[in-house]
Ligand binder design. Structure first.
Ligand code: SF4
Length: 92
């Protein structure tokens, strides 16, 4: 197994979230210590990032950080469901 920091200095020319050049060392830790959801898209042209992820993260971790972020509609529906559940709890 090679070091998890071996590609930290690799740069992606343009981060669509930050609007600047960024090092892989940032991208691999940006979600509470786990990689960014877009890490495969951004870094596949630079090195074998799929193999890196396979080597360094468990299937459960991969599922967490590779899952697409919830969209606005999904977040609104989640909030409505939580409000509905809270109201049902108060009615009892
Ligand atoms: S992996 Fe995420 S943080 Fe890194 S350059 Fe891509 S969008 Fe930006």
């Amino acid at each position: 197994m090679s070091g998890i920091d071996q590609h930290d200095a690799v740069q992606h020319f343009w981060c669509p979230q930050l609007g600047q050049t960024i090092n892989f060392g940032y991208c691999r830790q940006v979600q509470g210590g786990l990689p960014c959801t877009r890490v495969l898209t951004c870094f596949t042209p630079h090195f074998d990032v799929a193999a890196f992820i396979e080597e360094h993260y468990t299937p459960e971790e991969r599922e967490r950080f590779l899952a697409p972020a919830k969209g606005r509609v999904e977040r609104v529906l989640d909030t409505l469901e939580k409000v509905r559940q809270d109201q049902q709890g108060e009615d009892k």
